[in-house]
Design a protein around this ligand. Structure first.
Ligand code: HSE
Length: 403
């Protein structure tokens, strides 16, 4: 296949933009010219000459010689504006913006078809792990039972530092921010939003369903305490933030984001620091495990480069699962066995736990293990931040479905 010569207009020159620049400069044999970079801040010191930059997005969007837009800015609304304008002008786009893709998934898929352009976003989920293209190409006809993993580097870094080194949550978060892993607003990381957006994107390629992120339950690690870590250690577990999506029957899936206990015999146990890991379970391929750096300028830049390169060969997502149309429903009628650390009995009752298998109470803390319905968790989502509770998926199978 012939390679199209790429003339790139880039938006954003932050952690990922600079990472991409480094990666591109070190990639021999691949030539793509970054014609212009559009940035917001006129006063920021840049590490390359100012002649590379513009402050006017139209310098890129209206330049007919630019055939690829690479969007790497923080602001999801402005990113949507830029990306859709570029697509409508017939330009292909590569983006790393998970919030934008997850929130406008269906519209972005339709725009690609309408304007015969390609939008690639491998970097948006799992950074350096090529999970989207794998789901799109490799699992074309495979019966995929479920997919779960670690999709947020910041929370994994925090949990690792708390567990391995006994570091305080705030210190570990600050380190993750200094290392360039965290979002500008780290609430997105620690409260599980980021992992949820990535889960929604992955679900689009795994099952062909474009979930509305507002409909999907997410819960993060903000409320974790030393009691929870101590409990996990005593039982031989680590705690990881694990998004999950899986089939409940032929045409229905369920999915959510929750911290999860991971025992030492599991693949995810040794996925530490900013690394991400994804496990797929399928009828014929059985269990597969992908792992790699999930955050950071170079790791994310490498995925962006891969998309740029794929673009030069004319690659585009075909949304094969969506075309097949096998999965049509998402359900929250789904049982999950949880560890619930709590202080007020009134709060505990709200979870309407069934099949309680363990109960512990001391002066310092109380916990209970039982099965909660995902719908109940979803209905409590607004209240959870004000409750003194921490929730962890035990990962044990709840029949008849299997989280
Ligand atoms: N803040 C994100 C993370 C960056 O920590 O995973 C990569 O998407």
């Amino acid at each position: 296949m012939t390679r199209e010569k790429l003339r790139i207009g880039m938006f954003g020159y932050g952690c990922v933009g600079q990472g991409l620049h480094d990666v591109l400069n070190s990639s021999r044999g691949f030539r793509a010219d970054i014609v212009r970079i559009c940035v917001k801040d006129r006063n920021k010191k840049r590490r390359i000459p100012m002649s590379n930059f513009t402050f006017d997005k139209n310098d890129i969007l209206n330049d007919p010689s630019i055939n690829l837009v690479v969007e790497l800015i923080d602001d999801a609304d402005e990113a949507f504006n830029i990306v859709t304008t570029a697509m409508k002008k017939g330009k292909n786009v590569v983006t790393a913006n998970k919030v934008m893709v997850a929130k406008h998934f269906r519209e972005l898929v339709e725009l690609q078809a309408k304007h015969k352009v390609s939008l690639l976003y491998e970097a948006s989920a799992g950074a350096s792990i090529p999970i989207i293209r794998n789901l799109e190409e490799y699992y074309d006809n495979e019966l995929l039972y479920s997919l779960r993993g670690i999709l947020n580097g910041t929370t994994n870094y925090i949990l690792t530092k708390m567990y391995n080194e006994g570091k305080a949550y705030d210190i570990a978060l600050k380190e993750a921010q200094d290392l360039g892993f965290a979002e500008s607003d780290p609430t997105l990381d620690v409260d599980g939003w980021d992992a949820k957006y990535k889960l929604c994107i992955i679900t689009g390629h795994a099952y062909g369903l474009f979930l509305n992120p507002d409909e999907v339950f997410h819960y993060g690690i903000r409320k974790i305490s030393t009691f929870d870590i101590q409990h996990a250690k005593e039982k031989g577990f680590k705690i990881k933030l694990v998004p999950f999506v899986g089939k409940t029957n032929d045409n229905t899936i369920s999915g959510f984001v929750l911290p999860r206990f991971i025992s030492s015999d599991k693949y995810l146990f040794n996925v530490d620091n900013e690394y991400n890991g994804v496990i797929t379970e399928a009828a014929f391929a059985d269990k597969q495990f992908f792992s790699g750096k999930g955050a950071g300028g170079h790791a994310t830049g490498s995925a962006v480069l891969s998309d740029i390169s794929a673009n030069s060969y004319g690659y585009r997502y075909e949304y094969k699962k969506y075309q097949q149309g096998t999965v049509t429903n998402y359900t929250r009628d789904y049982g999950i066995e949880i560890y619930l650390r709590y202080s007020s009995e009134k709060d505990r009752k709200l979870f309407a736990l069934k099949d309680v298998s363990e109960y512990f109470s001391s002066k310092l803390y109380k916990y209970v293990i039982g099965v909660v319905n995902l719908e109940t968790l979803y209905s409590l989502r607004e209240q959870l931040s004000s409750m003194d509770v921490f929730i962890v998926n035990t990962g044990r199978k709840v029949s008849p479905q299997t989280p």
